[in-house]
Design a protein around this ligand. Structure first.
Ligand code: PMP
Length: 414
């Protein structure tokens, strides 16, 4: 680790949480340099929905490299990009009757968010954008302005002047209607909230602590946006790509966002970020919003290949089945240790175990790592242990990982 301490910025995070030298990975297993094995319940923060070095994706990539396929193409037309767009249309958009145009925005999630925010402001000629408590949309200046956690922010950045936060579903507990609260802020001039160009949200807040918006809440929010001429942006960067059991997370609520941001697993493990927008919103001039790495053709190859998982319902059904195992096992862990007051939340294959006792979640993740499980924390105080295995994990390994959490809590309380 010495070279990391010597050379890598103090900002480094995971190198501290998981103090070993990782070397190889396959499916849901990681190996360090000494050959020790770890089950991965983190999946690259949602980037590896199809597992590490997925054999189908790796094979397609090797074949593409061997035939000297274009690697870097800016936004030139390439066969790899055409193949991805066609596959995305045929497999994802067309069967769902979704009419969106696709903008390649850069390699990473925040690039897609920045693009959405810029476009919404440009179209509506309004600078305010509403985001939600506990939302996470990235850490560059535009996306940071709509990210709720003030840990990431310094007053000197000067970014607070064109965004406001509304309470997410359930923020004040079950009895407060947060949509009504939002409506009142829009209607009442004394609220100080300017009519926004857009609202941006995750249907399941991932970094924010696995907070699941109800279908009714999402439907009411869509209705409110229509009433007030506000664009609805769903950030599906972490919980899209099948995480919740459908390709897009918003499908369960039957809503149709004006824009959708996608990244992480859309690239099949490689860097890729997209903005989907209703066709009439595509008001850019050619070249008006560019970036050098919008044309990572290896990512197009991996992305196109990974979409084969959506040719039939097998993966969606597997997510439902394994998600129920996660829910059942986590609830039984919560019941087994009543002194923890643990709360279980989630949908599909994203689950959180909230452990209100101060600092206990970090102890659990540390102990779990000693016991062979890589797992991350979420929530403004890192109070939630976050379960995000790859969607392709086999049932036995999933159960093993959950058993490690049970054992780790048991070890700590013993
Ligand atoms: N939106 C959501 C919902 C995310 O979870 C993340 C990353 N955790 C981002 C945006 C930002 O993506 P990136 O870190 O790739 O810039």
């Amino acid at each position: 680790m010495r070279i990391f301490e010597q050379l890598e910025s103090e900002v480094r995070g995971y190198v501290r949480s998981f103090p070993v030298m990782f070397d190889t990975a396959k499916g849901s297993l990681l190996y360090d340099e000494q050959g020790n094995e770890y089950i991965d319940f983190f999946a690259g923060a949602g980037t590896l929905n199809y597992g590490h070095n997925n054999p189908i994706i790796s094979k397609a990539l090797l074949k593409y490299i061997e035939r000297d396929g274009i690697m870097h193409g800016l936004d030139k037309a390439t066969v790899a990009k055409r193949t991805f767009l066609q596959k995305f249309y045929d497999t994802i958009l067309s069967p769902r009757n979704l009419e969106y145009k696709v903008q390649f925005t850069g390699p990473t999630g925040t690039n897609a968010v920045e693009t959405a925010l810029k476009l919404a402001r440009m179209i509506k000629r309004r600078s305010n954008v509403i985001a939600f408590t506990n939302g996470y949309h990235g850490l560059t200046m535009g996306s940071l302005a709509v990210t709720g956690n003030t840990f990431y922010r310094d007053e000197s950045y000067g970014i607070r002047n064109n965004s406001a936060f509304m309470p997410f579903d359930g923020y004040f507990g079950p009895d407060v209607d947060t949509i009504e609260y939002f409506r009142r802020f829009l209607e009442d001039a004394s609220s100080g909230v300017d009519l926004p160009a857009a609202v941006i949200l995750e249907t399941v807040q991932a970094e924010g602590g696995i907070n699941v918006a109800s279908n009714e809440w999402l439907q009411q929010l869509e209705q409110l946006c229509r009433e007030f001429d506000i664009l609805l942006i769903i950030d599906d960067i972490q919980v899209g790509n099948g995480r919740t059991g459908t390709f897009f997370s918003f499908e369960r609520a039957g809503i149709t966002p004006d824009m959708v941001t996608l990244s992480k697993s859309i690239g099949g493990g490689l860097p890729l970020a997209l903005l989907l927008m209703r066709p009439e919103l595509d008001q850019w001039q050619p070249g008006e919003h560019t970036g050098t790495f919008r044309g990572n053709n290896l990512a197009f190859v991996a992305a196109a290949e990974s979409l084969a998982y959506w040719d039939n319902d097998d993966l969606a059904e597997a997510v439902k089945y394994k998600g129920e195992i996660m829910e059942t096992e986590l609830n039984s862990i919560a019941e087994k240790y009543p002194e923890l007051n643990a709360k279980v939340r989630g949908v599909g294959m994203i689950w959180g175990l909230e452990l209100p006792r101060n600092g206990f979640s970090s102890e659990v993740s540390k102990k779990a790592f000693e016991n062979g499980l890589v797992i991350e924390l979420a929530g403004a105080e890192d109070q939630v242990v976050k379960f995000l295995p790859s969607l392709t994990i086999d049932e036995k390994m999933l159960r093993q990982g959950l058993a490690i959490i049970d054992k780790s809590i048991g070890d700590l309380l013993a």
